[in-house]
Design a protein around this ligand. Structure first.
Ligand code: ATP
Ligand code: MG
Length: 298
């Protein structure tokens, strides 16, 4: 069964990124609300067809930590990707006031489980771990989206890679030319570490007032950022410090992260994620919601 554009009732824009726009849609035949991502690409039909084919493995990928995939198609030079609609959107909208440790722990646990699922079940490296790619729904569930399943799509997007905040691991930075070969699971673990700090503190941890070269230089040559020791437990700080190990070969892998005492402790706790999500989304709406282009802090 192939999903098509004709079956969609197109509703409001949920957000836009570097490569396109995500809209809320209603899939009439199944009565399922979905998020439809439009990715504009300068590619020929054969390359576009290959992307759709490569995305097909996602039909077999079901995990509570991964946004469901419903299908993809292309029209002219745009790829359309249909996925589970996540009511409260991405973490960058929910964090401006900072996030308490127990909530941060649950978010981290879901993210690590999602990343491990991608690796173990699909043999996929995410490549774009950051707050805008971690989504939250009304049940307070936390799920990953925008992972690099399609080699053809990864390649096409990498060519145009820009952006003013880098979540790239130090070993990747001066190796961008080789990005297709050089990407490893360890690079995602670094991005996870930066993401945790950003979500915890409400801001991207490197100085974004300097130019891009200075920023990349700080990532490669400076000390890695830390979780504020005044507000987070030694275990949480240690977990993040391990993710941000500069030498990629000694950075921990997912099984090791899941066995870290912080996540073991987090797993045993009962945390009301539904309540946190509803309150944070309420604050987001009160700030002006979707109309706001960038998060308040930046
Ligand atoms: P970048 O282009 O740098 O990757 P981005 O991740 O914000 O940034 P998009 O992936 O195009 O760009 O997503 C735009 C916004 O749409 C996201 O920030 C997120 O808030 C929202 N969004 C994406 N997918 C969904 C979804 N499945 N459900 C609800 N909202 C979504
Ligand atoms: Mg995204």
């Amino acid at each position: 069964y192939n999903i098509t554009m004709k079956e969609m009732e197109v509703l409001e824009v949920l957000g836009s990124g570097q490569y396109g726009t995500v809209r809320r849609v209603y899939h009439r035949p199944t009565c399922v609300p979905m998020a439809l991502k439009e990715i504009r690409l300068e590619l020929n039909n054969q390359a576009l067809r290959q992307i759709i084919m490569e995305l097909d493995v996602l039909h077999k990928a079901r995990s509570p930590y991964i946004v469901d995939f419903y299908g993809a198609f292309f029209i002219e030079s745009c790829v359309y990707y249909c996925m589970e609609f996540m009511d409260y959107g991405s973490l960058d909208r929910l964090y401006p006031a900072g996030i308490p440790e127990d909530i941060l722990g649950k978010i981290t646990l879901s993210t690590v489980r999602g990343l491990m699922f991608l690796k173990d079940e699909l043999n996929v490296i995410h490549r774009d771990v950051k707050p805008t790619n971690i989504l939250v729904n009304k049940k307070g569930e936390v799920k990953l989206c925008d992972f690099g399943v399609s080699g053809q799509l990864n390649q096409s997007l990498a060519k145009t890679h820009v952006g003013c905040q880098s979540y790239m691991a130090p070993e990747r930075i001066f190796d961008v030319e080789n990005s297709a070969v050089g990407y490893t699971i360890q690079s995602d673990v670094w991005s996870l570490g930066l993401t945790i700090i950003e979500v915890a503190t409400g801001r991207y941890p490197y100085d974004i007032s300097t130019n891009m070269f200075e920023q990349l230089n700080a990532i490669v040559h400076g000390d890695p950022p830390k979780l504020p020791e005044s507000r987070y437990s030694p275990l949480a700080c240690d977990f993040v410090a391990r993710c941000l190990t500069k030498l990629s070969t000694v950075r921990p892998a997912y099984p090791e992260l899941l066995q870290h005492p912080w996540l073991v402790e987090v797993d045993a706790k009962d945390v009301d994620m539904e309540d946190w999500a509803a309150r944070s989304y309420g604050l987001y709406l009160a700030r002006g919601g979707n109309r706001q282009v960038a998060p308040l802090i930046k």
